[in-house]
Design a protein around this ligand. Sequence first.
Ligand SMILES: [Zn+2]
Length: 335
Amino acid sequence: MTTQLMYSPEFNKHNTPGHPENAQRLTTLLQNLQTASFYDTLKIMEPTPLPETLLTEIHGGGMIEQIKNISNTGDSWIDLDTYVCKDDYHTARLAAGSVLDICTNVLNDNVTNGFALTRPPGHHATAHRSMGFCLFNNAALAAHALTKKGKKVLIIDPDVHHGNGVQQIFFNRNDVLYQSLHLSPHYPGTGDIQEIGIGQGEGYTNNAPLSHGNGNTAATRILQTIFLPIAHQFHPDLIIMCTGYDSHHADPLGGLQFTTQFYADITKMYQEIQPKLVCTLEGGYNLTWIGPCFLAQLGQLSNHPSTIQDTTHEIDTADAVIAQLQKELGDYWDL
Ligand SMILES: [Zn+2]
């Protein structure tokens, strides 16, 4: 088996020092990577930019032109959270392209699974709006490209923030199943249990909002009783994980209590549904902890599992979430 890791030094041209989503995140992950005992087993490659034609199939309404224009002239802000740097039109397409490149390699059986170390992140970018540190929706663009080849894609998103962009892009579709564990109430304010999709997409959006302080125990119970049974019935050809380490207990922008080992555990659970699994980097802002989280998860992907124990003070309010999910999704899935 082979795990592919994809990143480009160009990702760090997207940078605003002092902003939580800055180049130091990727630098830190790469430094941690070099200490990994399994480093030599990884197939590390540089991505190709996502073709413009694919980009326009998901994004529109002027957002591509906006990024293109700022990218030509220099640094600017799209909203209070989201900056665009010179050359970001290329950099952001490179991020999306890295997810698609690994997915293609996995589906062609060139590699077993992979991790795209993407910056800028993507899961908040909607069809018509860059937001929440995200320019283009890396996971959604890759998933959409795969559906054009007749593939069914599951996107699991354990980032502390709800992936409103992924949800919106696939809300009326049944070829992409979106599952999100997230803190609520929290940015961006979407991700209620009742948001299950519309039309053909009914039942193909699964949201588990967790209140402040919930951790591994609540998440695992929701995964085992709701998300994984649905994932199994959906029978995906490939799984994309929107990996956000901001759901870790030490994250400054978080509020959930996931442990470092949780990112390996959730990866293992989804590998058992479909081993063709590709991670893409979303959030995670504690520079001390994102490295260990990344190595735990990458170790799981590359069959070098470790157990790292860190203690948390979690609560478990999953009962109400599970009961409501069964009520909302029971018409569509055998739960
Ligand atoms: Zn996040």
